[in-house]
Ligand binder design. Structure first.
Ligand code: HSE
Length: 320
């Protein structure tokens, strides 16, 4: 029998940039902020209950079987044979839906991680991956770990196989920064996936594989030139850019301000640039923001180092 180490846990799960241009469904990284928070506590009443959700504009269901954080937590509790445990959960959404920032993945990761911590950490972070994935898949119906895995583990995560959940975590180069800009429109991941072709020409597959290999080598070798030459997406970006106003103008502005490369964050509408150094990342964020503001389109800039930690505990209360 595992001992309950804590009475209440509050966790933070960060936003993530999926695809990273050339790694459609197989590459992602975490940033420091924004992110979702989930609070869980023991309750004398058996079963998992979602008692409060904030920041969602009333859109999210409180039924744990229909909520990404709830599904992830329930999947974990079923696996452990602990569904009769009395647990209350609060979800605090701090980023918009359909933003390209991995919002549903963050809630799913936070749900699984918080409950695992509350019941005495029977599983490691990496072992939580399938349960967080089940939560994320309940939101968008697709099975891709490029938001969930970096949100959970931190750093830059490469997914060799989504089916087998075979993932490799890469340590980011020390001076690699991201500028992420979220324009105030919503893109449903489902819609952004439907506009992609089922098949692609061999020439595009070859280019994409070359760029993905180059990007991974560049990250491992801390070769910013190689990173820069590799951040190109010839598959999703050309089709999805039309969903984002002034995408190519924003890209030109980012490159002119010194970005190593620029593309769509996940399914969009957020866009991201990788940069060498914080100062460049701030300049790039401002330049891209200016383009969206001229549309006019409200937008938020998030400048961050690659977050090496992923989901983590921000507060804990011991049993009385
Ligand atoms: N890899 C996914 C996509 C990320 O591009 O559709 C969506 O969050």
């Amino acid at each position: 029998m595992l001992k309950d180490a804590v009475q209440e846990v509050r966790v933070f799960a960060p936003a993530t940039v999926a695809n990273v241009a050339c790694g459609y469904d197989v590459l992602g990284f975490a940033i420091d902020a924004p992110g979702d928070e989930v609070v869980v506590r023991h309750s004398p009443k058996p079963g998992l209950r979602i008692t409060a959700i904030t920041g969602d504009g009333g859109k999210l269901p409180k039924d744990p079987e229909k909520n990404t954080a709830g599904v992830a937590a329930l999947d974990l509790l079923r696996h452990l044979g602990m569904t009769d445990r009395g647990i209350e959960m609060e979800i605090h959404k701090k980023m918009p839906f359909g933003s390209g920032l991995g919002s549903s993945a963050a809630s799913a990761v936070a749900g699984a991680y918080a409950v695992n911590r509350l019941i005495g950490e029977p599983l490691t972070k990496k072992q939580l991956l399938p349960f967080a994935m089940a939560g994320e898949a309940s939101a968008d119906g697709a099975w891709h770990a490029d938001n969930v895995a970096p949100c959970l583990l931190g750093g830059i995560v490469f997914i060799r196989s989504n089916d087998e959940l075979d993932v490799a975590q890469l340590q980011p180069p020390a001076n690699l920064w991201a500028a992420v800009v979220h324009p105030d429109i919503e893109i449903l991941t489902k819609v952004a996936r439907e506009i992609l072709p089922a098949e692609i020409p061999l020439v595009n597959a070859t280019q994409q594989i070359g760029n993905l290999g180059g990007l991974l080598c560049g990250i491992i070798q801390e070769d910013y030139g190689l990173i820069s030459r590799s951040i190109h997406d010839v598959i999703a970006e050309p089709r999805r850019q039309k969903l984002i106003p002034e995408f190519y103008k924003a890209k030109r502005a980012a490159m002119a301000a010194g970005a190593l490369g620029f593309s769509i964050s996940g399914a969009g509408p957020s866009v991201f640039a990788l940069c060498e150094g914080e100062e460049t990342a701030r300049k790039v964020g401002e330049a891209v923001s200016k383009v969206f503001s001229s549309v006019p389109l409200g937008n938020q800039i998030h400048v961050s180092r690659i977050n090496p930690h992923g989901v983590h505990v921000i507060d804990e209360k011991s049993p009385a």
